[in-house]
Design a protein around this ligand. Structure first.
Ligand code: CA
Length: 230
């Protein structure tokens, strides 16, 4: 099997070397950039399967870079693992709202980093049996392309947002707890606050526009995707 390619964008050389070392040891291919500009050009020419992105770069803010990657169709779907020295929850939420798929605060253990990277990569390879597009309430949800469409438009979601929607759509009207949603979306168990799920729901509703109302909050229980005849 071909090695999975991971792009690391980080201006601190020793952290860059450390991340790269541990990923190489796990059998991944790595490419590295020490600035946002360099990272952007590498992502377009090298097409990595995962991007590890530092929050603070000399020429760019990780959040802005993240937005840029999400708005470009060529790079919109690549999973982004944000790495930052900031540890406040508001920053994490900001990162996830901007389109990062996961978040890691410095200092981190290399083991945790590798586990998160693997989880993100695993999420990309959905088994064949789960690749059939789902038709729910006027929406077509296609796991093989991560596409969400209705008769008129298509909706661009991050990998994590797509996974949440696809999970709920497999059992329309069924109420799932935040915990179940987190479990379904994450490959490895680690701490994710309920707030993270709430934030994902807010951005999903926004992105799905008129269909956003299909995502219902069930007080004290969780969330569901409402089934309506279309
Ligand atoms: Ca930095």
């Amino acid at each position: 099997m071909q090695k999975k390619k991971i792009l690391i964008i980080e201006d601190e050389e020793d952290i860059l070397a450390l991340i790269s070392y541990h990923l190489l040891k796990e059998g991944f291919d790595t490419i590295t950039a020490t600035s946002g500009q360099e990272g952007l050009s590498l992502i377009r020419t090298q097409l990595p399967q995962l991007v590890i992105l530092d929050w603070m770069l000399p020429d760019a803010n990780g959040l802005e870079l993240c937005k840029k990657l999400r708005s470009d169709t060529a790079t919109a779907k690549v999973p982004i693992l944000m790495v930052t020295a900031k540890s406040e929850e508001t920053d994490m939420i900001l990162g996830l709202e901007t389109g990062a798929d996961d978040y890691l605060t410095k200092p981190f253990s290399p083991k945790v980093l590798v586990a998160r990277a693997k989880a993100l990569l695993r999420r990309q390879t959905i088994p064949q049996t789960e690749r059939t597009p789902l038709q729910v309430s006027g929406l077509t949800i296609d796991p093989s392309t991560h596409g969400v469409t209705d008769r008129e438009a298509s909706y661009s979601l991050t990998t994590t947002e797509f996974k949440v929607l696809h999970f709920l759509a497999q059992k329309p009207n069924w109420v799932f707890s935040r915990y179940q949603i987190v479990e379904a979306v994450r490959g490895d168990a680690y701490i994710v606050t309920d707030r993270t799920v709430d934030v994902l729901m807010v951005s999903l509703r926004k992105k799905l526009k008129t269909h956003g109302a299909l995502l219902e909050t069930v007080r004290g229980a969780g969330y569901r995707l409402k089934k309506i005849d279309s």
